[in-house]
Each structure stands twice: as structure tokens, then as C-alpha cells.
Ligand binder design. Structure first.
Ligand code: FE2
Length: 401
């Protein structure tokens, strides 16, 4: 892992997108939107108008693939759902408004950093932590009726991991000349994309598991001319499946912590802009295997140290508080009911909480650097509500992975 340098602590200031680059690449996109007939930058999010997912037909049409169907049995799985194919989610106006918000100079420059892990070939920028300043995008992703769609697909009630990880943007843009050259060699890129899964595959982001449980990936670019640019994943028996057919405003929901996946490189298209939201189980008593491996500040330039870790701690401490509150109430209620005190059950709860506490700091950079003891990664109880009366009431659980 990269070290926790002073540059990282100071917020990777050297990776800010220079103003002239913003003016040359992003400003024209903003101006194009403003020139679009009927475009209203002040529009408010309206579920009925801006969501094009049709519950009557689309749950069936875009039915999720389940983990057992692709031979994945992962100890960190928070539900059985593996992934959905791309499904229609946002209207043209909704995507335009989200684009308008992120193209604003203050938003773009204050919240973005030049990307390090992705390689788009062109300008590659990541934006995160902007959601408090982009009200339309925030509502478009976190509106309860929108979340309900994700919950139904995931088979579990979800919530965003923390505000910083709502609608983080992968922004790639290429020079027009380069795209023209690619279009002249379209056949070559089509052939390359068809077999782009081996070790030499051409990718934006190589094979990896996400740190968080579920990822919602939304396409904010026109994909009419795009060859590639899809997400591909490996099944338990080594097959490779592609989540293709992303169109502008379409999304897919992926249990990305449990699936080895890759983002393929797009060709023949000037831009590829995606919004990614990290999701976890909403119930604080449900297992939360979220780690920071792929998103911690030393790994991703856009995760700004002094904004990122306070949010991370706020989210983790809230879960710990909720668990403690529930456990305290349970002890009080059981006593009132005259129940025998169950020591074994209590050991399982407290061990689980202790493992969660350790998991909160085990991937801090100071630990990676070997300065401090690294606690082992442990498995968690799937849901605290299921402990009573289960085997865990009679036997101390093995938390080893
Ligand atoms: Fe990913």
C-alpha cells in the first residue's frame, strides 16, 4: 500500500486539475449543456419525471443474477444478489442536470483530483465528496423511492456507505483527434474488446473487489459510439461475464465486494463519465464487511484525508453505538422477562463488536506501514437479531475466516 505521506495528509494538492485544463476540457461540456434548447439548470428532482425505471415491468426484465447462480460463496456476502444487467434509471433531463452540477468550476476543481488508479488514456479525473454541493444529484441517488428500487434489486435494505461515497465520479475525456483515429480503426477495437479479458486486457480499472458491499454504477455519457467501457466480472468457475448495454442514464447494481471485476477501456467515444455510489446494509445489526482497501486516501487521490476519515469514523461509530444501544436494551428486556442470563450469547455479540472495531482501524495507513500490529480479518455475524435461539446461543462462534 502507498505510504501516508504529508502530501496525502494535506489533500494531494498537487493533483488538483489546473484551471487551463478545466477551461479546455470541462467548460465546453458545460457550455454545450447551457446552449441546449429547454435546458433548465434550476430544475428540482422529481421522481415521476426523472426516473425512467418502470416497476411494473423492469424488476422482471432486469432480474438480478444471484451469487449461487454464478458459483460464488463469499463469507462477506450481505445478500444473495450478485449483479444486475444495466437497467434504465434516469431520464435525459436528469443526466443533463447531474452533468451540469459536476461541471461547475468550483465543484469540479475543489472536489476532484487527477486519477491514479484508472487509465483512460486522455484526461482522467475522479471527483468525490461533492454531494453536499450538488442537490439534484443527491436527491436523484438518495431519494427514498429511488433507494427502494435498489433495495428490491439487492434483496436487502441498503443505505449509502457515507456521504463522501455518494455519486463519486470517474471522468475520462479524450482529444477529438484520438477518437477520430480510433473510429478509423473501429474493426480493430471491436475485435480487441471481444477478447479483452486476459491479463493483457485493456482496462480503465484492473481486476479488483470493491471495498464496500454494493456499488451502483450509473452511465452519464452517451454510449452510442462507444466500444468497450463495460464492467466485466468473473464467476466462481472462472467464466467472464460482461455487464454491457449501458446507455446514458442507465445503471447497474453490483455486489462488487464479493465479485472480482474490471472496468474495460472505452474506444471511439470522446468521454466516459460514470457516477458510482457505495452502498451497505441499512440495518446496523446486519453484517457490514466494508473495508478501505481500494478507497483510502493514500490509495485514491480524490479521498481527501481530513474529510474522508472523519466521515468514515462517524459512520463506523454510529453503527457501534446502535449495536451497543440494542444490546443494552436487550439485556434490560431479558432481565424484566425473567430470562436466564446467557454468557455464551453475550461473548458472541461482544467478540463481533470487537472485530468490527478492529476492522475500523485495521486498514489505516499507519497499520499498513507495519508500524502497528495488524489485527486479522475476521468474519462477522450476519445479523445480531438471529443470535438468540440459534447455535450461537450455545456455542462460541469461530470468527476466523
Ligand atoms: Fe469496482
Amino acid at each position: 500500500m502507498p505510504p501516508l505521506t504529508q502530501e496525502v495528509i494535506n489533500g494531494n494538492l498537487d493533483k488538483i486539475v489546473p484551471e487551463n485544463i478545466y477551461n479546455d476540457t470541462v467548460l465546453p461540456l458545460l457550455q454545450e449543456l447551457l446552449a441546449k434548447p429547454g435546458f433548465d439548470p434550476a430544475v428540482k428532482f422529481d421522481f415521476d419525471k426523472h426516473i425512467i425505471f418502470n416497476p411494473a415491468t423492469d424488476y422482471e426484465k432486469y432480474k438480478p443474477v444471484m451469487l449461487p447462480e454464478i458459483d460464488i460463496d463469499h463469507p462477506d456476502a450481505i445478500s444473495d444478489m450478485a449483479f444486475t444487467l444495466a437497467f434504465p434509471l434516469y431520464s435525459e433531463e436528469a443526466v443533463d442536470t447531474m452533468r451540469y452540477e459536476i461541471f461547475q468550476k468550483d465543484i469540479f476543481r475543489n472536489h476532484s483530483r487527477m486519477a491514479n488508479l484508472t487509465k483512460f488514456k486522455g484526461m482522467d479525473v475522479q471527483i468525490a465528496g461533492q454531494i453536499g454541493d450538488t442537490p439534484f444529484t443527491k436527491d436523484a441517488i438518495t431519494h427514498p423511492k429511488v433507494m427502494e428500487i435498489f433495495n428490491k434489486l439487492a434483496g436487502l435494505e441498503l443505505v449509502y456507505m457515507m456521504p463522501y461515497e455518494v455519486g463519486s465520479i470517474n471522468f475520462g475525456i479524450k482529444p477529438v483527434k484520438q477518437v477520430e483515429d480510433e473510429k478509423n480503426n473501429k474493426e480493430y477495437y471491436l475485435a480487441q474488446n471481444a477478447q479483452a479479458f486476459d491479463e493483457n486486457s485493456d482496462f480503465v480499472r484492473g481486476w479488483h473487489h470493491d471495498s464496500n458491499s454494493f456499488s451502483l454504477i450509473t452511465m452519464l455519457s452517451d454510449t452510442k459510439d462507444m466500444i468497450g467501457g463495460e464492467t466485466a466480472l468473473k464467476t466462481g468457475d472462472g467464466r467472464i461475464l460482461k455487464i454491457n448495454n449501458y446507455q446514458k442514464g442507465w445503471a447497474s447494481l453490483v455486489h462488487a465486494h464479493c465479485l472480482n471485476h474490471i472496468a474495460l477501456k472505452p474506444y471511439c467515444s470522446i468521454e466516459r463519465i460514470t457516477a458510482v455510489t457505495a452502498l451497505r446494509a441499512k440495518d446496523p445489526l446486519h453484517m457490514d464487511p466494508t473495508v478501505l482497501t481500494t478507497i483510502k486516501p493514500s490509495v485514491l487521490h480524490r479521498s481527501l484525508y481530513n474529510e474522508y476519515y472523519p466521515e468514515w469514523m462517524d459512520y463506523r461509530l454510529e453503527i457501534m453505538l446502535e449495536k451497543l444501544k440494542w444490546l443494552r436494551e436487550k439485556v434490560q428486556k431479558d432481565k424484566k422477562k425473567g430470562k436466564d442470563f446467557n454468557q455464551i450469547e453475550m461473548i458472541n455479540y461482544l467478540e463481533d463488536l470487537s472485530n468490527y472495531t478492529k476492522a475500523t482501524w485495521r486498514e489505516f495507513e499507519v497499520v499498513d506501514e507495519g508500524k502497528y500490529y495488524q489485527p486479522e480479518k475476521k468474519k462477522f455475524i450476519l445479523n445480531w437479531r438471529d443470535v438468540e435461539g440459534s447455535e450461537m446461543s450455545q456455542k462460541i462462534m469461530k470468527f476466523d475466516l
